[in-house]
Design a protein. Structure first.
Length: 156
């Protein structure tokens, strides 16, 4: 996240903030009150965040929100499902990640007038069979991979 922040900083003309540079509540207040601000944060940052209206108009997700399989609780659950003859990846990990993505998307859409862009950069969405599960789980949306269409949407 920090590397991306540093790489894009010279090219973005808007105020930029990065998680960890100040206390969370202060950063959120500053973000809410700074027009056109860009905030860089990890997946843990967006949980419990409520920013309504035009101020939160786009979220970029670099990777699908799969839980870390080495986490002891996650590892135990995976082991249990596999030992019982299930497929832990499809029966547990994918549904959990889908839920996390839906919750994140839900933070973008707070009213019928909200216009937002959710950019998912993880090519597994299109490359892997389970990507369809993620796509179908989201509310009705328009999908594109063309930057000019995204620009037009954001300007209109």
């Amino acid at each position: 996240m920090r590397e991306v922040y540093e790489r894009v900083q010279p090219h973005i003309r808007y105020p930029m903030m990065i998680q960890g540079s100040m206390p969370r509540t202060e950063m959120l207040d500053r973000f809410r009150n700074t027009p056109h601000a860009v905030l860089f944060g990890s997946s843990s940052f967006w949980q419990g965040v409520d920013v309504q209206g035009e101020q939160l108009s786009a979220v970029v997700i670099d990777r699908l929100p799969f839980a870390v399989p080495s986490d002891p609780i996650i590892a135990a659950r995976i082991r249990q499902i596999n030992e019982e003859g299930g497929n832990a990846f499809m029966d547990y990990q994918v549904p959990q990640a889908v839920l996390a993505l839906k919750q994140g998307f839900g933070r973008l859409i707070r009213s019928q007038t909200d216009r937002v862009v959710l950019a998912i950069l993880d090519n597994r969405m299109m490359r892997k069979q389970y990507g369809k599960t993620f796509l179908e789980s989201l509310p009705r949306y328009r999908m594109t991979n063309r930057l000019d269409e995204v620009k037009g949407f954001m300007q209109g």
